[in-house]
Design a protein around this ligand. Sequence first.
Ligand code: 13P
Length: 333
Amino acid sequence: MSTTELAATAAAMVAPGTGILAADESTGTMEKRLVAQGLPATEEMRRQYRSLIVSTPRLGEWISGVILYDETIRQVNDEGTPLRTIAAAAGMLPGIKVDKGAKPLAGSPEEKITEGLDGLRERLAEYVSLGAKFAKWRAVLTIGEQIPSATAVHTNAHALARYAALAQEAGVVPIVEPEVLMDGAHSLERAEEVTTEVLAAVFAELRAQRVALEGIVLKPNMVVAGTDCPAQPSVAEAAEATVRTLRRTVPAAVPGIAFLSGGQSDATATAHLDAINRLGPLPWRATFSFGRALLAPALRAWAGAQENVPAAQQALAHRAELNGAASSGAYDA
Ligand code: 13P
């Protein structure tokens, strides 16, 4: 596929007023979310939950694409319609998480390296046959006293670029996700320093491996202080640190940046996104690719009961609409 075609898909993924819904929790993560609500962690519960999400009325007004998981891209609703087809019919591009999770890094076992490159070309070909238009790979970096190590930064950047090159070869837009976790007591300044280093390494590898920047979407963390940091910055300070970091590291050829929410509350994530956009004009579209910050209120409202489906869908549509506004700096808290 040509760069022009990849760029057209990437532009659609970050179209004005829209962002991406990350509904690609692995089975293990989804089990944790269900159990936390006191629900049975069965395949049937996951199917019902994902069915209600993708069939939420009007969702396509604010959601350009939905990231699915291997199980979900094959699942069907009660009527037997594939969930990927429901998403596409509502104007939401189906995407697919293709990494196989973050595993302990040899030589530095408290750090992680994301696996899943072996056989990736073949898996991508199958996902393309199932209608996937984009893919996602998440790398995880932890901030600690001596970490992230240069080893963790460079091995993860290298793997992200290998994935991105294979995705583009298959004709799907890679979402490149290097997540610097907000766990810990580190300051805003330390988060900025580490995120800058990580993004610089990622873009060096993307260039070295001939990835077309016009045909990717970057999914970074916002630059925020660690959850346990006693000095929590204001929304404006975090937004300024985020924009400064991204301006220093992300080439203008990248069409869009779609942030992860990373454990921020839904309201905080939206407020940050709005504040980031109010610092514009920016060289790229800055929008959302939230998981928890879009879905947590819906999961709570659903509580596994059929009669709660409309309330759950309303909760999701509400967050999607607010984040759609924030992606243009037009959110009114
Ligand atoms: P959160 O927004 O919940 O961090 O999830 C986004 C995501 O896709 C993580 O890979």
